[in-house]
Ligand binder design. Sequence first.
Ligand SMILES: [Zn+2]
Length: 440
Amino acid sequence: MGELVVRGGTILTMSPGWDVVAGDLHVVDGRITQVGGQAVPAGRDYEILDAEGAVVLPGFVQSHLHTCQTLARGRADDLPLLDWLRRVVWPYEAALSEADVAASARLAFAELLAGGTTALQDMGTVRHTRAIFQVAHEAGIRLTAGKAMMDTGAGVPAGLLERTQASLDESAALAAEFHDQAGGRLRYAFAPRFVLSCTEELLRRTAHEARRLGCRVHTHASENRDELEAVRTQRGDDNVAYLHGVGMLGSDVGLAHCVWLTDKERDLLRDSGTHLLHCPSSNLKLASGLAPVPELLDAGVAVSLGADGAPCNNNLDAFVEMRLCALIHRPRCGAGALPARQVVRMATWGGARALGLEAKIGSLEPGKRADLVVVDVSGPHVAPTESPYSALVYACRSSDVRHVVVDGATVVRDGALLTLDAARAAADGRERARRIFSRL
Ligand SMILES: [Zn+2]
């Protein structure tokens, strides 16, 4: 892999001390060796990435995505959650071939990498999740993923419904194949879809199995009021309280959304160290509501960001999620809620922590793996902002991303994606989406 020097930027380290330093960042064999000052390469064969007029920061880590849904972008607009799932998203997922899942993931990774997202946690689909790992490997992105688990549920199409044991067996087989592979870049997380699609037996056994294998658990909870009512009726408890009862809260668990929480459930999240995966665009577009993020952060709950899926967003853009996260809580909590610096931390270090990778990525410090993004802050829509945090959250766009490095390898250079053919991925995606939706 060799040596890499990111030359002459403003480096937001996102370290515990919030250090911002000028100068170079030096990487040797994928590991950061120097942050700031002037880097002198030891060998003759090294790569230089120009960061003049740019901010260098840890790559964005999106903790909740569905890359299998990218081909349904623009096909499920203007519906609330349960209709959105039953009328479009589940029939779509049930119709996907392995090649479709690969194409959907390829398009997602092209968008994510070009926009500075270097790592993600993905909820795969029930079948063909192997393809997502394979495409992530070729794309050079850092992926934590698991197949969606669904062994019950109203409106679940036959193509997605699985037997409890089969769901556990396939999850374990995928974990054996992909967990901690590609030098740790690929990791497995068990992904029971949500309470309404999972029997209690599946949830209890999944929590046990994931811990036995050292994998994380990734699911959805309390996104929508109708979902919440259905959980109460079926399981006799509030959603997060019920998950607690089946052993599915903990510092190794990420819950997407958590819009509707009782006071008791807020305490359960905090006391268990469970991660809240906040998806501002999705919560707004599906009219689900707004998770009480400022209050949860004040209470000590770990919060990170994700774009969710293309059909409920419709982008997978970390800049959009940061901007919305900073803005949407203000009418309720005031203009000082969630300042830009805190939002950048949620989108980088916070995401790494949600994936259990904060010792490895999420800040730019010597010894950590080099997952980083270089963002141009000289454009007319950004200049002359002085604070780099303000620039990133309120003014920059994903098109300002200049370079992206994952695990020491350059995947975007001068705005050009090197590992995937983005135009071909878009054309292939369009063709496949047309075919899939003509059959539905
Ligand atoms: Zn989701």
